[in-house]
Design a protein around this ligand. Sequence first.
Ligand code: 1HE
Length: 258
Amino acid sequence: MKFKTLRFQRRGAVGVLLLNRPEKRNALSDAMVEELDVCVGAIPDAVRALVLHGAGRHFCAGLDLAELSDRSAWQGATHSRSWHRVFERIQFGRVPVVAVLHGAVVGGGLELASTAHLRVAEANTFYALPEGQRGIFVGGGASVRVPRLIGAARMADMMFTGRVYSAEEGHAAGIATYLVPTGKGLAKGIELASRIAGNAPATNFALMHALPRIAELGQDAGLLMESLMAGIAQSEPEAKRRMKDFLEKRAGKVKKQG
Ligand code: 1HE
């Protein structure tokens, strides 16, 4: 796959997708959002997990402000919906996505990072929602996805006051679940994506498509949906094989880390 603003490479079962507009700090132009759409729609079948990262000193500077010309209210809403469509395609696509973050993860950059299923942050990462200071509102799904990571109160603070979260603060608040030294993010992201790619497909499907929906349901419907998903996953031949491997001492035990 050849793109102007992205680069896609395959490393075995892991696809590595680079936001590749470093001269503009990977600002999300319309062309880049369109290319993201094409890219996630054309991920080869052999790819079972994706790593998303950014070229240059920053992950992503958000919306390309040079394109925020004089849109009408209607055009603004339509533009926002076009981001929603593409970002939903990433979140609810075929493959789990590990976002590797460094430098600025701001505005639409944080919105894009929030679509991923796991986030790894390098120590030089910082997070902000400068929309609050630019006189606008988020439009790429932040008001839905960011509160689910850090809570509406923290998101409102970021926008009311222009508060910038450091990598450590973002990790403590729940934006990233892994914090690694600067320069080590891609290796960690590929390691995690390789592990995810080795999971049973039904497990990855359940984590991507069932879990976030179950988490939004009331207890009754949530527990029923969990039981249905559990029944489907355990009936897969792959699950039977994995459980037999454990019982016949061919699979690893759960070990304490470190
Ligand atoms: C850009 C953008 C951009 C950089 N759109 N061109 N996002 C923001 O408000 C963040 C704005 N950007 C910044 O605060 C800084 O650029 C960074 C902290 C991300 C990086 O700083 P730095 O010193 O490494 O780079 P720079 O010198 O500021 O920028 C380098 C070039 O990238 C420069 O262009 P040049 O032609 O003068 O070289 C910048 O203009 C350009 N650039 N960021 C366009 N965002 C669906 S709603 C989503 C709403 C939002 O995302 S709002 C938040 C927008």
